[in-house]
Write a protein that binds this ligand. Structure first.
Ligand code: 6PG
Length: 234
């Protein structure tokens, strides 16, 4: 596990954007299709906004989401809408490279929508899973004390009672989130310091879901100084 700490949120956002561009370029240079899992959240959107159109062949990659708010398509709360406005549409990623999660109003139940999305996940590992972290150390829509944290059979599940509004969400579970070459936590703000410290203390995953996420080859924490405040200084 690697930790990188940057002075402030703006610097962190630029760093996330630059690192994602570099990784996409590396993978394209290997002749592969980059498979990226995007997260919602404020630092993620800040980072997406820093992405430069000419920094990588963004349209060569495919994009999934780690979680989504189960609200109508196009709703301002949708993670996919926010990512498209901040980055994907702006740099010209065509719709067929995107795998948005089902939205409220689709013709199936949330549970069926979750199972539908499970069928849209790649057989191969993801290359990068981006994860924001909540003040309670949640990641995606896996919240402390919620049963979805322990889900090992289904790779995508429905959440009806998210403590973070809106309450209805669809989320990848750990078997899917950890089927990745690299996991990048992106965390900004003093309100996340305790969650970051918990994850590094190895607090049980049921109490701090961030503890349970890791890449097969790489697990990186990209933090600003405020979020890193409570980490042990070595
Ligand atoms: C969501 C996100 C969620 C987010 C964290 C951090 O749909 O809300 O996927 O997991 O990444 O809550 O969000 P902030 O960076 O805005 O605190």
């Amino acid at each position: 596990m690697t930790i990188h700490v940057f002075d402030d949120a703006a610097t962190l956002a630029r760093e996330i954007a630059a690192r994602l561009a570099a990784r996409v370029n590396e993978i394209v240079a290997e002749g592969r299709t980059p498979r990226i899992v995007l997260t919602g959240g404020s630092i993620a959107i800040k980072a997406y906004r820093q992405i430069e159109a000419d920094a990588a062949d963004w349209a060569a990659a495919e994009y999934w989401w780690g979680d989504e708010r189960f609200v109508p398509e196009g709703h301002e709360d949708r993670n996919d809408r926010q990512a498209r406005e901040a980055f994907l549409d702006r740099v010209g990623v065509p719709a067929h490279r995107l795998h948005p999660m089902p939205a409220h109003g689709c013709d199936v139940s949330m549970a069926e929508a979750a199972d539908e999305y499970a069928r849209e996940l790649p057989d191969q590992p993801f290359d990068v899973v981006l994860l924001g972290v909540g003040p309670d150390a949640h990641i995606a829509s896996l919240f402390p004390g919620h049963p979805q944290v322990g889900e090992q059979d289904r790779v995508v599940v429905e959440v009806y009672d998210s403590p973070k509004p809106p309450p209805q969400r669809i989320s990848l579970t750990f078997p899917a989130l950890n089927h990745t070459r690299a996991t990048w936590f992106i965390v900004s703000g003093a309100d996340k310091a305790e969650a970051v410290a918990k994850a590094h203390r190895g607090v049980p995953v049921e109490e701090a879901p961030a503890t349970g996420a890791r890449g097969m080859d790489e697990t990186v924490w990209l933090l600003d100084a405020d979020a890193a405040r409570d980490l042990p200084t070595t």
